[in-house]
Ligand binder design. Structure first.
Ligand code: CAA
Length: 376
């Protein structure tokens, strides 16, 4: 495996780094106060970031999958909120249409999603079906020439802001995972009710809502893939989605390490910088080693995905390890900052709050272990 980025990938990294520092960093406080970064999403669209791996014929930037992962990694160093908005929009909001849609669906939706005119969301989780996604209960019944959807979804990232929702519903009362189908639902569809906003521990600028479908009519043309193929569509896109979340976790971990190392060099106690106290120096060494290992796992999984090879196991390993690293690195960064780390004056408390969810969404760490162990 080539561990060096190509020239094109390095250019992507530099472009996203510059963008994140100039355009996102000044907006972090507002996002912390709960403001969704609409303007940033619009600018990312202009730069081609909302459709990085999408072919040019569908309005995308047609760059490789690794470039897409580099973008999430770099954005998340500055704002994990922006990182997750892009990851969900691309991996599970756009790619299902690109890979499983009819030509008509692709022409209708993908160029708008790839340009950032539309934002995408993904609706799998329900109040009673989280880790056990195949037990979902939302019903889609065929009636008078339409599918009619009834049910509810929770923890929908980009919900309320999105223009298209990939919705998973049961078209057959039995059949477990085989009775599930996928639908493309447009914002404003009668019966699509945007419910309560979740007040989350972190990622304050990203919207997470409950959704209800009340006799929501979906035309036949908006069935994505074949009837009964929905669960596979969800799982196949989550494989790549998990690499995106792993890259988000990696970005948070790296930001926490960088802040802790800088502070440890500056902060003097017992007559020298605390970085030179072994207790702190060893902590930083362990943090840096875990970050490096996460980076290798994330880019290995991205590389496999890019080559069109199976990456389910490696994606889960990358997510499992990078998300734990993000949590541990952020905890240790707070510790290095001491009392200051517990205040909002420094960013490490935000890293700490933002990191935790990477062990939960797009499959908890326990689910990643189930996926990995099935391969063994
Ligand atoms: N790709 C393609 N097909 C797959 C697949 C994959 N990665 N994984 C499973 N399948 C197929 C299987 O082959 C099987 O089909 P066959 O019967 O034809 O062989 C079918 O799907 C059912 O597979 P399983 O029996 O393995 O399914 P299961 O019910 O045991 O569940 C699971 C497996 C891995 C636990 C799954 O339920 C899972 O991933 N749960 C976690 C859910 C999750 O990640 N939710 C995230 C929500 S989205 C989100 O969080 C976005 C956000 O906001 C950030």
């Amino acid at each position: 495996m080539n561990l060096r980025f190509t020239e094109e990938q390095q250019m992507m990294r530099k472009m996203v780094r510059d963008f994140a520092e100039k355009e996102i960093a000044p907006f972090v406080e507002e996002m912390e106060d709960g403001k969704f970064p609409r303007e940033i999403v619009r600018k990312m669209g202009e730069l081609g970031l909302m459709g990085i791996p999408v072919p040019e014929e569908y309005g995308g930037s047609e760059m490789d999958f690794t470039s897409y992962i580099i973008a999430i990694h770099e954005l998340s160093k500055v704002s994990a909120t922006v990182g997750v908005i892009l990851s969900v929009h691309t991996s599970v909001g756009t790619n299902p249409i690109l890979y499983f849609g009819t030509e008509e669906q692709k022409q209708k939706y993908v160029p708008k999603l790839a340009s950032g005119e539309y934002l995408g969301a993904f609706c799998l989780t329900e109040p009673g079906a989280g880790s056990d996604a195949a037990s979902l209960k939302t019903k889609a019944e065929w009636k008078d020439g339409h599918y009619v959807l009834n049910g509810s979804k929770v923890f929908i990232t980009n919900g309320g802001e999105a223009d298209t929702y990939i919705v998973f519903a049961r078209t057959s009362p039995d059949g477990g995972s085989k009775g599930i189908s996928a639908f493309i639902v447009e914002k404003g569809t009668p019966g699509l009710v945007i419910g309560k906003d979740e007040h989350k521990m972190g990622l304050h600028g990203s919207r997470t809502v409950q959704l209800t479908f009340e006799d929501m009519k979906v035309p036949k043309e908006n069935l994505l893939g074949a009837e009964g193929e929905g669960f596979k569509i969800a799982m196949a896109n989550l494989d790549a989605g998990r690499i995106g979340i792993a890259a988000q976790a990696l970005g948070i971990a790296e930001a926490a390490l960088k802040a802790a190392a800088a502070y440890a060099k500056e902060r003097q106690q017992f007559g020298k910088p605390i970085a030179l106290q072994q207790g702190v120096g060893f902590k930083l060494a362990d943090m840096a080693t875990a970050v490096e290992a996460s980076k290798l796992l994330v880019y290995q999984a991205a590389n496999l995905r890019q080559e069109g090879l199976k990456c389910g196991k490696e994606a889960s390993m990358a997510k499992l390890f990078a998300s734990r690293t993000a949590v541990e690195t952020a905890i240790e960064a707070v510790q290095v900052f001491g009392g200051y780390g517990y205040t909002k004056e420094y960013p490490v408390e935000r890293y700490f709050r933002d990191a935790k969810v990477t062990e939960i969404y797009e499959g908890t760490s326990e689910i990643q272990r189930i996926v990995i162990s099935k391969f063994l």
